[in-house]
Design a protein around this ligand. Structure first.
Ligand code: NAD
Length: 452
């Protein structure tokens, strides 16, 4: 590990990643490698948790190709100095922001979207002119092995390399001095990463999780709300960081909403197998999820099979903040429902928990969704939809408070892996005498006149 780290430091110091030609060719190489390995990665996703080819393409590869294309199209523009206005005190001069790569990065991925969450930040790192060590999650081992072969046979290890490491070995990696650490995973491990980074004053991007609410008001279009919400909640068997974790529904539409969700769930074929529903990633998570179920509160679903790591989409009603299912991020196919009478009350219930990664509001009244958007702090979200905000490369993707630090995607990804260097270009043909000695009252009065 330390020899790979040293190789990357030398590669970066030699300036091999900096120019436009090096960056665009790295993006091209990356794109070619991904096309070459796509089929094997899809097979590996199926091997790890029976993720279907359809879901694999729509939720992992499509966004990755989009990210590469976006970077290729915008790279020249991104690399130009960004002119900003110069204030009068610096006249005559011009000012600009220059993006420079941070240097040698450690990128740690999570298992739930094991291709996208490791490779999407890698695209931004390459576009921004960095080197990176990629550490896939050991919880999706088949995908990790294919990604290792794909990257390590197509890139010089000084530029981009994959290392396999379990939790203990990852902590060793964290003791090295990186220029930036990009971590995706739980808030608990995020704290370990942050602590290790602090020893070297290394900047971090922490893409964490949390309990993301969906608030459904009495004015919502119930059938469409149920359709969108059921899709986003049970995608990837609920193992999605921005999935709606729980629902707060207005008491007057509670019954209608439950019925609409049930009829939507019956329309889908939530059984395991190719082009269906995927498994829970491992037995540890399976057991954790089963312990969150309260049989008395289940209004739909609840079936499970430990051997095949299958948990049917499950809806629980009459849930309160005191229930086990509300004590941690669910990260699985269980949807608890709570009710509210006034919107104020719904907002108060959400505020009782840490700031979430996402929040959703379903309403057809502007004053209602405006209230939710202004009263709640959350990473990102949607009005009348779930999950889809992260597919727009123009929106920064990241958390706030316990759901994360920093953001990426598109230009925001480039900023995440760059330092924005401020430069003042001063002209030589004029120099105002005000700031130089002799320092007199008269000069001070002049300065005060302009600056107060
Ligand atoms: P995980 O178990 O795959 O862990 C994530 C990474 O942390 C892995 O690479 C793992 O090797 C490493 N790791 C685990 N324990 C460690 C330790 N003690 N020290 C150092 N490294 C360690 O994934 P997870 O943590 O179960 O992921 C689920 C969480 O991630 C959820 O909370 C989810 O919301 C969040 N998540 C966030 C995003 C996002 O983009 N914000 C995306 C996906 C998942």
């Amino acid at each position: 590990m330390s020899s790979l780290h040293a190789q990357q430091c030398a590669y970066f110091k030699d300036g091999l990643t900096l120019g436009y030609a090096a960056r665009i060719s790295a993006l091209h190489q990356f794109d070619q490698a991904l096309r070459q390995y796509e089929e094997r990665l899809v097979a590996a996703l199926y091997q790890d948790f029976q993720k279907s080819a359809f879901e694999s393409f729509t939720t992992e590869f499509s966004m990755l190709y989009e990210e590469i294309r976006h970077a290729q199209r915008n790279l020249k523009k991104w690399m130009r100095p960004q002119r900003v206005r110069t204030n009068w005190i610096n006249w005559p001069a011009r000012s600009a922001i220059l993006r420079e790569p941070l240097g040698v990065n450690l990128i740690i991925g999570a298992w739930n979207y094991p291709v996208l969450l490791l490779l999407q930040p890698a695209v931004s790192a390459l576009a921004a002119g960095n080197t990176a060590v990629l550490k896939p999650s050991e919880n999706a081992p088949a995908v990790a092995a294919v990604i290792e072969e794909m990257i390590n046979t197509n890139f010089e290890s000084g530029h981009l390399v994959v290392v396999q490491a379990d939790a203990k070995q990852t902590q060793q990696l964290l003791t090295l001095r990186w220029d930036h650490i990009f971590y995706t995973g739980s808030t608990k491990v995020g704290q370990i990463v942050y602590e290790a980074a602090a020893k070297h004053l290394t900047p971090v991007t922490l893409e964490l999780g949390g309990k993301s609410p969906a608030i459904i008001t009495a004015s919502a279009n119930i059938p469409l709300t149920a359709k969108r919400l059921v899709w986003g909640k049970f995608l990837n068997a609920g193992q999605t960081c921005v999935a709606p974790d729980y629902v707060l529904v207005h008491e007057s539409v509670r019954e209608a909403f439950i019925h609409a969700c049930i009829s939507e769930l019956k329309r889908h074929n939530y059984t395991l197998g190719q082009n269906h529903y995927c498994q829970i990633i491992n037995h540890r998570h399976f057991d954790r999820l089963i312990a969150l179920l309260d049989p008395e509160k289940i209004v739909f679903g609840g079936q499970s099979d430990r051997d095949t790591r299958f948990i049917a989409p499950t809806i629980m009603a009459e849930v309160t903040l005191a229930d086990a299912v509300m004590q941690e991020e669910i990260f699985g196919p269980i949807l608890p429902l709570m009710t509210f009478d006034t919107l104020e009350n719904a907002v108060t219930q959400v505020k009782a928990l840490e700031k979430p990664l996402a929040a959703y509001v379903f309403s057809t009244l502007k004053k209602e969704y405006q209230k939710v958007l202004s009263d709640l702090s959350f990473g990102g979200g949607a009005v009348n939809d779930v999950v889809m905000h992260l597919s727009n490369p123009n929106l920064p993707f990241g958390g706030v408070g316990h759901s994360g630090i920093g953001a990426y995607h598109g230009t925001h990804g480039l900023d995440c892996f760059s330092h924005r260097k401020s430069v003042l270009y001063k002209k030589n043909w004029f120099e105002a005498p005000l700031k130089y000695p002799p320092l007199s009252h008269k000069k001070l009065n002049w300065i005060k006149k302009f600056m107060k």
